[in-house]
Design a protein around this ligand. Structure first.
Ligand SMILES: Nc1ncnc2c1ncn2[C@@H]1O[C@H](COP(=O)(O)OP(=O)(O)OP(=O)(O)O)[C@@H](O)[C@H]1O
Ligand SMILES: [Mg+2]
Length: 274
């Protein structure tokens, strides 16, 4: 039995991958406490002893702080880019795809039959959403932000192509955004600012993903990570993606794709070594 653990900038996930997948998430600042906590919670929930676990496949920014063993179990480190790529492609059942990790930050990874390349990324991500929400509307809870954003009106915040040109321009419809926050006036309510913020992050990530997909000749873009849980964010992503000639996929378990990819990578390489 191999457990995948992803120690991310915001959360730590532990997964048992297979016919009956099981996932747990914990939040802890210390990576060792987070990994041990996630491992303990997972084994408790599935009702197995630590002795049945052969190995831990650890990935994510915090994994470098782990030693060679955790709770006595051998730790194998999997590069995060490999874990993201393998995880997204496995879940979407694709041999080739652009996998986008929507976490604290955003990473873009191209997968081509087992070959995994780090294409790039942006610091605009889930951490930006939380940080700017605190600044713009003094809110630090995601559920409150979601409710606020749902009641917002982008017409008070964003400048559209139609606002500037009076109608569509080339392939851009009149409702496409010309300038995020470009129309923010004194009359904008907290609801409008919250919606504008979610909208801006969704649009930055969608545009970057589309350009990256074109640059590496990918047709399928697999979205992963916990920013997917933020409902108005996903609604905006769904509304925007229709503008482009690529396909966006959100497979089941996409929030945990990186931990799943780490486990899959170790299981495959262990299988090959046997
Ligand atoms: N329950 C939740 N807990 C934490 N973050 C959440 C939650 N639901 C949604 N999010 C959003 O998801 C983001 C974190 O995503 P995720 O946990 O996938 O990132 P991470 O793997 O910890 O970070 P990274 O991959 O950048 O190191 C947060 O910044 C937040 O905007
Ligand atoms: Mg992550």
């Amino acid at each position: 039995m191999i457990i995948g653990i992803d120690l991310g900038g915001s959360t730590t996930d532990a997964v048992l991958w297979g016919t009956n997948p099981h996932v747990v998430t914990v939040e802890a600042n210390d990576p060792i406490a987070a990994a041990a906590g996630a491992l303990g919670k997972l084994t408790e929930e599935i009702g197995v002893g630590l002795g049945s676990i052969e190995a831990v496949a650890a990935t994510g920014g915090g994994s470098r702080r782990l030693g060679e063993r955790i709770l006595g179990i051998p730790v194998h480190k999997v590069p995060e880019i490999v874990a993201i790529g393998i995880g997204g492609a496995t879940l979407a059942e694709r041999e080739r795809a652009l996998v986008v990790s929507l976490g604290t930050g955003t990473a873009l990874v191209s997968v081509e039959r087992g070959d995994v390349q780090h294409v790039g990324g942006t610091g605009v991500g889930g951490g930006t959403l939380l940080g700017l929400a605190r600044h713009l509307v003094q809110i630090s809870r995601l559920d409150t932000l979601e409710r606020l954003a749902a009641a917002g009106d982008l017409a008070h915040v964003d400048l559209t192509v139609g606002d500037i040109a009076g109608g569509p321009v080339g392939r851009l419809p009149a409702h496409a955004t010309a300038s995020n926050f470009g129309k923010l006036g004194a009359d904008a309510r907290p609801e409008d600012k919250a919606r504008g913020l979610v909208n801006m992050i969704a649009e930055v990530i969608v545009s970057l993903s589309v350009l990256a997909a074109r640059a590496c000749s990918q047709q399928d873009i697999v979205l992963t990570g916990k920013l997917l849980r933020v409902r108005p964010f996903m609604e905006r992503v769904r509304a925007t993606t229709g503008l482009f000639d690529v396909q966006f996929l959100v497979p089941p378990y996409a929030e945990y794709a990186t931990a799943i990819g780490a486990a899959r990578h170790l299981a495959t390489s262990a299988g090959e070594a046997r």
